[in-house]
Design a protein around this ligand. Structure first.
Ligand code: CP
Length: 333
């Protein structure tokens, strides 16, 4: 029996370093086979339910294309068109969908609700539940980021990666991308720098866990309010979202939510990623971004379209990592 089969994929911390290594190996293998046109029908006749409470381009399509390439089928479900909208519980939804198919995946980013909802589904589901992004974690994104850095750099020990993005817990916005990155990258011996203005700290438990991971695997974790310190000598920079001044009032990311200028973010508009800041980094620095990027406010076109940007390779790897996780958790008999 596979050590992966039937497990939930909510947080990469639930998987050992060796298990994450296996996910990467399978991702690289699937990427090679995709490029060569080698069929990979590992999930033939399997059905996966994809529940989205919010919009998506990369996540939805990497899962849908991915399972089709594995010989299975995805059912896209907009939560607003399900009985969830009338209050049907996570328990009932999970039990019913478990009886219809082979896996359930869900994106629910609302602060204080998303992770709880996924864990409640996982408690009742008899098939794997996969996290397509919640308020706390975005494991598929972090895994694709890791794959991309391994692909470009190889051994990641002592590689300086600067995550120039963090939302304060008090701001009630999803912190899933920086949390997943700051927890995962030290497990590969990377020197992780988390930079943000004062008052935008990640929760203490995240930094404590990231530092424990670094101590175990030989990486480091530095938290700074100094943006220049983050860029200086960095091999990889991941600056995101400081320029996104317009946000909805509730912290929700649902379609049609009222948009207002976010004064708190606007106060930090100078944190935009510029060519001048990139010049402080290593000469071969790589610019990464989970996307979508706010080209007006958070990064100069000359950076995101420039020679240091690897954002499309990073997005492409969402497909291969998604296929690897589905194959391991749903297949692997
Ligand atoms: N990076 C990411 O999750 O993209 P989507 O929101 O388009 O899925």
């Amino acid at each position: 029996q596979s050590i992966f089969r039937g497990r939930h994929f909510i947080n990469l911390e639930d998987f050992s370093k060796e298990e994450v290594d296996t996910m990467l190996e399978v991702s690289f293998d699937l990427k090679k086979k995709f490029a060569m046109g080698v069929p990979t029908p590992y999930l033939k006749y399997q059905t996966m339910f994809l529940i989205f409470f919010e919009q998506s381009t990369r996540t939805r399509n990497s899962m849908e294309a991915g399972i089709a390439q594995l010989g299975g089928h995805a059912n896209y479900l907009d939560s607003s068109n399900m009985q969830i909208a009338h209050g049907e519980s996570a328990k009932d939804t999970a039990i019913i969908l478990s009886r219809f198919g082979h896996a359930i995946a869900c994106r629910y980013c609302n602060w204080g609700l998303g992770n709880k909802y996924l864990n409640e589904m996982a408690k009742w589901s008899t098939v794997p539940v996969m996290n397509l992004q919640c308020d706390l974690y975005h494991p598929f994104q972090a895994l694709a980021d890791l794959m991309t850095m391994k692909e470009k750099i190889g051994d990641l020990k002592r590689v300086k990666v600067s995550i120039i993005w963090a939302y304060a817990e008090s701001h009630k916005k999803p912190i899933s991308v920086p949390v997943s990155q700051v927890l995962l990258f030290p497990r590969y011996g990377m020197d992780v720098v988390l930079a943000h203005p004062k008052g935008w700290e990640l929760p203490d438990w995240v930094i404590e866990q990231a530092r424990a991971n670094a101590a175990r695997y030989g990486g480091t974790v530095t938290v700074t309010n100094n943006e220049e310190e983050a860029y200086e000598g960095a091999h990889v920079v991941i600056p995101k979202n400081w320029g996104s001044w317009v946000n909805d009032q509730t912290g929700a990311t649902t379609v049609g939510a009222a948009k207002v200028v976010d004064e708190k973010l606007m106060a930090h508009r100078s944190w935009k990623c510029t060519e001048a800041k990139m010049a402080l980094a290593d000469k071969d620095v790589m610019y990464m971004h989970a996307l979508p990027a706010d080209r007006n406010n958070e990064v100069e076109d000359s950076v995101i379209d420039g020679p240091h940007s690897i954002v499309y390779d990073e997005a492409e790897n969402r497909l291969h990592t998604a296929k690897a996780v589905m194959t391991l958790l749903m297949g692997g008999r």
